[in-house]
Design a protein around this ligand. Structure first.
Ligand SMILES: Nc1ncnc2c1ncn2[C@@H]1O[C@H](COP(=O)(O)OP(=O)(O)OP(=O)(O)O)[C@@H](O)[C@H]1O
Ligand SMILES: [Mg+2]
Length: 357
């Protein structure tokens, strides 16, 4: 699939801008704070139903305006399609002019893999960052998963609230059994999805790592870190930990604390890896993600590379680009760069996009 054009009306620093894109590679360059990431953000919004860097959707609307519109025209399986997002007090999605009831209805219409400078920190940050990576990947392919996460978090909030009620207001513990049952049931489904997708990544990560490091010397593997085994043992664990949970006022075990690690030569790259090994692992992880999506949708997702080049050296850049042939690439950078592939360059200045040479 590929994006043919983007129209931004009162979105961030854009007034009314149409950008016609190339099927292959699109290089958007310009100085800082000119609106490069805003473009990536608008595409992500249309693909995933939300921003990757902003929780307050109001902030996406151009200062002083009440409504923003993003229109993405794209081709998929030889057919033209359109996603339109209108942001005002609400967030409304249209697919080929038909209003969609829920955010999940548009997720997966456009498939993207996004790579931002922040991804470089995936190993340095806490488990939450890695769960976000995994959850985003799975949600983009399985809308049902999004509801599972939502339900799980609701029950978790209720259980945590109730733990405090028992502690401070001497409520009875009976209701905890109900929450434990719900948590273990939804948690079990989430666990299965995560386990499955970690295995899917594992299938690819080794071969990409060899390509990126240009040697077969290092072994690499991804490992799912969870206390979850199955529904029943989780229920028992929750019982066993009940006293501790009551003491602390929150639920200390469950899939909300899951994580994954990447090992190089059987050692956690987050702890023992060099800077270079960490970067190579991230590229291998991203390329694996790309291929997992490709397998699942039987099509090529669009690659969004925001400020991509800034964090990578020449050699890693080249090998990354070499390994993504076939996908439409939309990348932003501050300096005009030379990529050995057909493409279109755009120069961006203060929310105005011009075709470069
Ligand atoms: N709601 C908004 N209305 C108008 N302008 C906005 C809005 N939100 C952000 N901006 C402007 O958008 C610009 C930042 O855009 P963006 O993040 O795309 O920059 P960038 O080109 O990616 O820069 P960098 O190279 O530093 O990453 C800033 O000038 C900011 O003031
Ligand atoms: Mg930026």
């Amino acid at each position: 699939m590929y994006i043919k054009s983007i129209e931004l009306i009162n979105f961030r620093n854009y007034i009314d801008q149409t950008i016609d894109l190339n099927k292959d590679i699109n290089i958007i360059y310009g100085n800082n704070a000119q609106g490069k990431t805003n473009i990536i953000e608008s595409i992500f919004l249309s693909a995933m139903g939300k921003s990757f860097r902003e929780n307050k959707e109001k902030n996406l609307i151009r200062f002083g305006e009440n409504e923003a519109t993003v229109v993405i025209n794209y081709e998929r399986n030889g057919k033209d399609n359109q996603i339109k997002v209108i942001l005002n007090d609400n967030k409304i999605f249209f697919y080929n002019d038909i209003k969609q009831g829920r955010v999940s209805d548009i997720i997966g219409k456009i498939n993207v893999v996004i790579f931002t400078p922040d991804d470089i920190n995936i190993f340095k940050e806490g488990p939450q960052r890695r769960r976000k990576f995994l959850d985003m990947l799975i949600s983009s392919l399985k809308p049902k998963y999004l509801y599972l996460l939502k339900d799980y978090n609701n029950v978790l909030d209720q259980r945590n609230f109730y733990l405090k009620e028992i502690k401070y207001n001497h409520k009875s513990e009976d209701l905890l059994d109900v929450y434990d049952e719900q948590l273990s049931s939804i948690g079990s489904d989430i666990y299965k999805y995560r386990k499955d997708y970690i295995e899917k990544i594992q299938k690819y990560i080794s071969s990409f790592h060899s390509l990126i490091t240009k040697s077969g010397k290092e072994s690499i593997d991804i490992k799912y870190i969870t206390t979850f085994k199955d529904k029943d043992s989780y229920k028992e664990d929750l019982k066993r930990k009940r006293k501790e949970d009551l003491d602390k006022g929150f639920t200390t075990i469950g899939v909300h604390r899951d994580d994954f690690i990447i090992n190089i030569n059987n050692k956690n790259v987050a702890t023992f890896g060099s800077q270079g090994q960490q970067r190579s692992s991230i590229l291998s992880l991203k390329l694996s993600e790309l291929n997992v999506i490709k397998d699942e949708i039987n099509d090529e997702p669009v690659l969004l590379l925001d400020d991509f080049m800034s964090e990578l050296d020449e050699e890693r850049r080249t090998s990354f680009i070499e390994n993504i042939e076939g996908n439409q690439v939309i990348l932003t950078c501050t300096d005009k760069i030379d990529i050995k592939r057909d493409g279109q360059t755009f120069f961006i200045e203060n929310g105005i996009v011009n075709r470069g040479d």
